[in-house]
Design a protein around this ligand. Structure first.
Ligand code: ATP
Ligand code: MG
Length: 259
């Protein structure tokens, strides 16, 4: 089966620091793929390059049969790939509903005059966007707060709102950077269930996380990063057993078990 996203030989350096150093990875359509690895191993930088928030130095990024390299984030989102950020980003002063409606703006393609004169096409598009926004806010369990400014949300709730915003354009693939870091452990299962439900609707996910239990429960495939590139990959159980993964995390070879 061909991959939805295929990254090969990706490189990105910051003033001599090789953040991404020849990484290759693939995400199948409809899958939930995990990306784990020690701090500083280049996971977020890889996402930044894929989603157009950083320019890569070398490599290829193919998504749904198209070359993404050099495209700005909005053009990539229009092709069906969106993302969330490790440092959760929402518009604090906007209501939850407006946080989602603002995402739809660049997709309207109706120009300022359409909006100014409230043309029929504009009103229809806006109606559809609002219906989708309400559905997504319901999906993440925030309907009670739909008209409140996002500033009132807890950290975990902001992550859910950012997730809903990433889903607004009905993307084929959403890349999530640490969706449950800092989220109350009792709510982590709820987040997993929300992602499963969205996945059943056809959206694929690439999830960067340090919470290995969350990744194991959710993902059908896990990619392990170390020092800017893929160390290994496979089903969660196989990755768990791989001694190189433990070595990468601990920085040393684990002691041999005493028999
Ligand atoms: N904008 C930047 N300028 C300079 N160095 C950067 C920049 N972004 C990342 N780096 C460096 O690149 C390396 C990879 O960082 P990155 O954030 O991609 O790692 P990560 O795997 O996401 O780590 P974490 O699990 O801690 O989030 C690190 O050494 C980091 O300091
Ligand atoms: Mg990171």
């Amino acid at each position: 089966m061909t991959a939805l996203l295929e990254v090969e030989g990706l490189h990105k350096a910051f003033r001599g620091v090789r953040a991404v150093d020849g990484a290759s990875l693939a995400v199948r359509a409809g899958s939930i793929t995990g990306l784990i690895g020690p701090n500083g191993s280049g996971k977020s930088t890889t996402i930044d390059c894929i989603s157009g928030f950083q320019s890569s130095d070398a490599g290829t990024i193919r998504f749904d049969g198209q070359d993404l390299r050099g495209l700005p984030p909005q053009a990539i989102a229009r092709r069906g790939l969106t993302r969330t950020f490790q440092d959760v980003r929402v518009y604090d002063g906007y209501s939850l509903l407006d946080n989602l409606l603002v995402v739809d703006k660049p997709f309207q393609g109706l120009g300022w005059s359409g909006a100014l004169f409230r043309s029929r096409a504009w009103r229809e598009r806006r109606g559809r966007a609002e219906a989708r926004a309400r559905e997504l806010i319901e999906l993440v369990g925030l309907t009670r707060l739909i008209d409140a400014p996002a500033v009132v949300l807890s950290y975990g709730q902001k992550k859910l709102l950012a997730f809903a915003a990433a889903m607004m354009s009905e993307p084929k693939l959403v890349v999530l950077d640490e969706p449950v870091a800092g989220v109350n452990p009792t709510r982590i299962n709820e987040v997993a269930e929300i992602l499963r439900r969205a996945n059943r609707g056809g959206t694929a996910f690439l999830i960067v996380e340090h919470n290995v239990d969350f990744i194991s429960a959710l993902c059908d495939h896990v990619i392990v990063y170390d020092r800017g590139r893929k160390l290994t990959e496979g089903p969660p159980a196989a990755v768990h057993r791989d001694h190189r993964v433990l070595e990468a995390y601990l920085g040393v070879a684990p002691a041999e078990p005493v028999s």
